[in-house]
Ligand binder design. Sequence first.
Ligand code: MG
Length: 404
Amino acid sequence: MDARISSHMFKNAVIAGVTSTGSDVVDLGLIPTPALQYYIKINPKIPGGIVVTASHNPKEYNGIKFIQDDGREFTREMDEESERMYKNKTYRIASWQDVGQVYTEDCKRLYIDGIKEKVDADAIAAKSFKVVVDCGNGACCVTSPQLLKELGCAVVSINAHPDGRFPARNPEPVEENVEQLKNVVAETNANLGVAHDGDADRATFVDEKGRFVSEDVILALMAKYYVENSGGGVVVTPVSSSRCVEDAVKAAGGEVVYTPVGSPVVAETMLKTRAVFGGEGNGGLIFPEHLLARDGAMSAAKILELMALEGKPLSELVKDIPKYHTIKTKVPCRDKLKLLKGLKEEFPEANFADGARIDYEDGWLLIRPSGTEPIARIFAEGKTESRAKELLEIGMKAVKRILG
Ligand code: MG
């Protein structure tokens, strides 16, 4: 579970439910989501897991997330199937002598060692980096500062006690929520700043000058690093990701495969395409040799490895990543099917993995009906701000024409 006020309550309900079916439960306590996923992946006898977390969402939220036997998140189809089983009551109820038992285990050591094994720990240690980590009072408090210390870094931890009231900042590590981290990195002359979301499957970064580095740029940088090291290969990312990812991957001799939005489908596609790397443009990076799921602590360790091996600060490393301007808007859309049909006629060349992504020489446009609200979202990205505005205009006009 994560550090939320209601997580104990939900965890106990989950344990009661699971044991009532006759299955045993290993209670891992407060840990990041990827630590639980890694524990399941390397324990072949454990067929799955459940995390009580609301990830990056505000403090009043909570939820439960299901994990497959290889550590991946449940796919949408699997989630739908478990909801059907719950509604139709097609699950087993154990008799009194078969009710499951509860064990506790500490998986933090296993997780930290699992990450240290997959990075060049000696190269990182040789640099004696100073790193500021903003735990945001989330689940990473119990692992990230320790991992960074064991990698030989001088660690400055802020907001590093678990507190489900999130007194310091909103759990989502977007730029407007990490002003404090930017200041502390600048004031302490640190080499890097890292911020996690509430369950630490995401990480965002601040360079040695105290400037936030966009999540898309980090995704592109890491994708390029993996493609270069693998001598090519596939990188998987959702259609909503910045074009800077494709530019960086192609320049390094790799290929991008786009998926619908959502991390489970990125992981599933990575498995199918034997991808060398994947991730979302929100700080959720997936390192397949480690885990087919997003991992914030692993992201931090890999950024340090890249800085150590290249001998360059983060601000230098991201200099080669192409810059784009992004703008977005939303328009009313009550007829999702009509919009999609119209988009297929209007833009037959587009990628229809999720809505329509139309790529141009110097930018792209994504028109995507919302799954939960009667709106369509339009994203546009261009080399210049005026080009992004132009593309957004093309998208808005197309939607108006189609929906009348
Ligand atoms: Mg999360």
